[in-house]
Design a protein around this ligand. Sequence first.
Ligand code: SF4
Length: 405
Amino acid sequence: MTTPQHTQTPLPAPTAPTAPATPAPRLPGITRNGRPLTSIPTAAVASTAGAAHPRRPHEGPSVEPRAQRPTPTTPPGHDWTGLAERVLAGTPAGRDDALRILRSHDDDILELMAGAYRIRRRFHGRSVKLNMLINAQSGRCAEDCAYCSQSIYATAPVPEYQLVDEQTIVEGARHAHAQQAGTYCMVMSGRRASRRDVDRIASAARRIREEMPEMKLCACLGLIDDAKAEVLADSGVERFNHNVNTAPRYHDRIVTTHTYRDRVETIESVRRAGISPCSGIICGLGEDDDDLAEVALELRRLEADSVPINFLIPQEGTPLAGRRLLTPLRCLKIVAMFRYLLPGREIRLAGGRELNLGQLQPLALFAANSVFLGDYLTSEGQTMDADRQMIDELGFVVEQDAHAS
Ligand code: SF4
């Protein structure tokens, strides 16, 4: 029940990592991009790392897409500046605006993004937040999320290991800190973490807080109740990620082993504990425009402070293998729609951004103000140098740099 960077292409097993072209010093269990991902030390890996697991007989979700590639229907020349000004004046964009954005004419893309940037600039200036994660437990998940290679129902070979030790989590934080990541996210596969696992995460969080007090800590541990959320809050975890992933009415097409309501209850527990809720989507699952508008409004209602936008990478071995419904322009319109509807929130470009936005990726930062750096849960993203270069060349500044200047 973790962030949907699970949608990425699996990497080789941790016991046989691919050597980088130019060997660089690495911490144990840290990938090229600095995340403790596939190269978790063998001792920390429970068993069957990287082995393909048999897909269990299971009815599973019905993954027929509701939508094929949509056609723009909003006439060109729409007044996107006017919409942005209206949002900035305090009138929230609504469902009809969302649909107009998603169906906007391709000729309008620069005006649409310029309006999104007006809003972004008001709330976030030119700063970009950097986030890094540790895949602290991988694979063997009994849930049947159709996009996820870590499900036991998927046949994709992914690293499989139980929760890494506390020291590995702390070292991952040191590495993230060295990369100027403002937020370090500790992610576990699985429906929910045990109390023992939550205690280990909390203990690591205390050490990280003491050593790197400026680092914001996020946990992503599946479903959670009030008691466990309070343990995390007491340890200094400030944010908890639990994506709604898709619209309530589309949710059961993607997963059958838990409900949309389960997800919402977790977000509510997190908020009750005083932790900032982080919740976002995976687009490209087969949802239609109404679903996307609905999920944006849902995230507004749920008061998600931070909204990761993931773009499906359809993996072999999952029910969504071969599904390519997104185009780069479509992705831009989705990111813009989230900015118009959630003007002050942290909108983050997350898993699949490289593949799905392609050469348009830098443009998306005119609407989004946050990125996951480098690698995702089970695949490598673009290098951190490339991300840094992209941010610099756009004239944006990493948030810590902005604070320093
Ligand atoms: S299958 Fe398990 S690990 Fe994958 S997204 Fe669903 S809950 Fe998370």
